[in-house]
Design a protein around this ligand. Sequence first.
Ligand SMILES: Cc1ncc(COP(=O)(O)O)c(C=O)c1O
Length: 450
Amino acid sequence: MKRLLSCLHLKNLFNRSNLTNYFGNFFQKRAVSIGAAFFIFSNQNAFILTFVLTIKIKIKVEMMLKKVSSERISTMGESIFTTMSKLAFEKNAVNLGQGFPDFDGYAMIFESAYRAMKEGKNQYAPSPGIKSLRDVISVVNGNHYGVAYNPDTEITITAGATEALYCVMQAFLNSGDEAILFEPYYDAHFADVILAGGIPKFVTLHKPDFSFSIEELEQAITPKTKLIVLNTPHNPTGKVFSTAELKIIAEIAVNHNLLVVSDEVYEFLTFDSVKHFPISKLEGMKERTITISSTGKTFGSTGWKIGYVCAAKGLTDSIRKVHQWTTFAVNTPAQHAMADAFGTLDTYLPDFRALYQNKRDLLYNALKGSEYNPYLPEGSYFMMIDVPHKFDNDVDAAMKLVTEFGVAVIPPSVFYSKSDEGATLLRLCFAKKDETLIKGAENLLKALKV
Ligand SMILES: Cc1ncc(COP(=O)(O)O)c(C=O)c1O
């Protein structure tokens, strides 16, 4: 009976809100024409009255929406990537903001996915992911890092790293638990902690080398700390955490009995002689580390949204509980294609790395010696540059660059919660065609001359 009553209450609430929305939209859409008709055929007062009524309805609808939306999402607005991309489109600007390639990735996956479709691999995949993909990820982790994951119990395929991150935070954070984030952070890390009812605490990666202070990390830890979120290679700085730094983080995690959520989506994008080192490889860390990666980054097809999460069985059991109620299973033919792609990883990687290293060098060399003072990234496909003196801060620079100089960049202060260092930096993405990079650099340099 109680359940029935609460269902009815919910139903009423939705009916009411739909009605309010409907009439709100009805009046809003027609307000100008109704008002104009009154103005022409009646008098000016009628127009003013209609206008005031419309505003009132609009405020009412907004207040109603505020009431029904959960507190957890009250601070969430449009992401900076969406805002900057919209502006780039409107102003026909070169887009060095948007964080994904403007060209196709590994061509073999198209044929492979099509073959899987034609072979009838079109129904739900098993919830943890197809066996062949889990098997090959297990082999790749063994061969590249010497970390053994059981494909049946320790690897789960998700809808991009994004779903993996969401499931992990839901699986391990209770309301009020604290999570350490290194800032600048990837925005989903922050959002997922909040969505899980957690409290983010921050440790700053300081320029010029984006290193952190051990004291700052230790001070951020309290009895409520549950986990540390790591991202290496790092978006947005391009930093690759050194083994020495990872050892410090691991020691702190072990001493305080913390989990480490390690976002390694750019694991195969390191440059020069720099090597990616997964923290799970360190002694005592496999059982407390949840490692997340993405075939979207590795094979240059972010839109396919095939990610994965590797973690010890006990941790995986918890993650899979959330995954089954989030997406349950992930796109079947795309999983088959990614399994095939991983089968050729070792022949694919040298060209993939060389392609991105050339792009990094092109952009870096174009801006080197200018007031942008680019920071050479060791990994990922992002590069930080300084805000030149002619701009007030990163937001001012990003707005002027896109509106007046035809180039979109990301103002990274939105990825900082503690330090104001973000106001002195801009993020560029070099996963772009060479002509895009050349034109983007040209427009950036032009801005310095005006
Ligand atoms: C650090 C980091 N983690 C996770 C993701 C999301 O990955 P996916 O596209 O596989 O969901 C991104 C995408 O930009 C990223 O930069």
